[in-house]
Write a protein that binds this ligand. Structure first.
Ligand code: NI
Length: 185
């Protein structure tokens, strides 16, 4: 079932998410709904808080993101209770967008390498290193679980420049191709 995506201004995006227990009721349905919602909105990643569920879960499907990057070919994954245990390398810039921030894209700096501990949808444990685009998407989604949005990472001047756009989203004055949920609208 496609769920509405909560957008900027909704407190759900600012909360710290909770650990997922392995008996969490309806988890597989929730994951299936998240994939459906993400595909419908043409996103490559979606964190549970973005549909108003504040638990440590995000999904990624970046298989078609970059045809020049063969390592993305099978990059479809579910991440539960992730923990970035290490982050290294010189920061690099990438133009990010977010389904919760419609019509905003900005260059964001992040480190290129991470080591991540997580469990998958069957609660199998992994500790894995990621780099490049993969690390980038994981870092972006991981931030959602801590109530952080990519616009928080922009320099002061850039933040000022997009203030009106953010205000418009907050007031419900933005058009999207997918169903969204504004706060108090
Ligand atoms: Ni996002």
């Amino acid at each position: 079932m496609i769920r509405p995506v909560v957008v900027y201004g909704n407190p759900s995006l600012r909360k710290k998410s909770e650990l997922v227990q392995n008996n969490y009721e309806g988890l597989q349905t929730l994951i299936a709904d998240m994939f459906e919602t993400m595909y419908n909105a043409e996103g490559v990643g979606l964190a549970a808080p973005q549909i108003g569920v504040n638990i440590n879960l995000f999904i990624i499907d970046a298989r078609e993101m970059d045809e020049n990057d063969p390592t993305l070919v099978d990059f479809k994954k579910v991440f539960i209770n992730p923990e970035i245990v290490e982050e290294w390398g010189d920061e690099w810039t990438f133009n990010e967008g977010c389904l919760s921030l419609p019509n905003i894209r900005e260059d964001v700096k992040r480190r290129p390498n991470i080591k991540l501990r997580y469990v998958d949808e069957n609660f199998n444990q992994f500790e894995e290193s990621f780099d490049g685009i993969k690390a980038r998407i994981i870092q972006h989604e991981y931030d959602h679980l801590n109530g952080v949005l990519f616009v928080d990472k922009l320099a002061m001047l850039k933040k000022r420049m997009i203030k009106n756009k953010l205000g418009a989203i907050e007031k419900g004055q933005v058009e999207t191709e997918y169903r969204v949920k504004f706060y108090n609208h």
